[in-house]
Design a protein around this ligand. Sequence first.
Ligand SMILES: [Zn+2]
Ligand SMILES: [Zn+2]
Length: 307
Amino acid sequence: MALEGTATQINESVIESIEALANQQRLEILIALAEKKYEDGAKSAMSFTQLYDAVDCQSTSQFSYHLKQLVGRFVVDTEDGYQLTYAGDKVRRALFSGLYESSQTFDPVAVEGACPNCAAQSLEAYAADGQFIVECRACVTPVVSDLFPQSIAQGRSTQEIVDSFGYGIWAKYMFIRGGVCPECYGRLDTTVEQRERGDRSMSVSINECRRCWFTVYFPIDVLVAFHPVVIEAFWQHGVSLLDIPLWELFEYTTTENWNTTVRAAEPFSASVEIILDDTEIRLSVDDQPSVTLVEKIERESADGGRK
Ligand SMILES: [Zn+2]
Ligand SMILES: [Zn+2]
């Protein structure tokens, strides 16, 4: 993977920025400014006195010192008063998301869906080591894993946590479709490869961020499923693909009604045939990867009418 453009130079300025945050009053300043913005809208700003009153600090000179450590990086001093910068707001949101708190967990729970490796419908979701994992109990293979933000577990039942990950994965996938890293917004490099898993071979798109090394794999079935013609056909058959999680999509991709034929490995090229009752859709996938509709056929149904 190309590493040019990676922001890994740990210089004095980065260390100073991190040091500037390690203080109760300074974090309280970030929160006070965010609260003001939340209440008053985008144009909100706070004067020195307003901020001093909002933060628990013993003297104005001490407060002034703490504020000075933030200005330029996390806080900007404007004509209207002090405001959060993008970085300041990101740090404050990270605090609220529980990023710096201990790991959350939940009891393992059975979930709907199918294993893309063995097609068994015996999936289980659980949390381990800061990851959310959906695993197949039949072949003991992780089917899905994702970073586990602490805030996702707060105030949600186990089922709601699992559902949230379903939507969260699609949100990340939308960034990935556009070549954007969902973690740092850097540029993604995407390749398509055949991967052997057990006795099955699977075509996967591998997406790697040049900037932060975030790496994610998706079976090419996901790319195919999000072709507008496929979304529409599923909708006509009572399934809203955006509202079922990735592991439930595998229930469709692992049947004989979803066939992928790899035509060439290098450069990658495959054809995919999807049958939904009387509808047949044929698409091709290349190494870009891009998905192209080849044809969509509506067959006459058994009673002679067209659906
Ligand atoms: Zn399995
Ligand atoms: Zn990244």
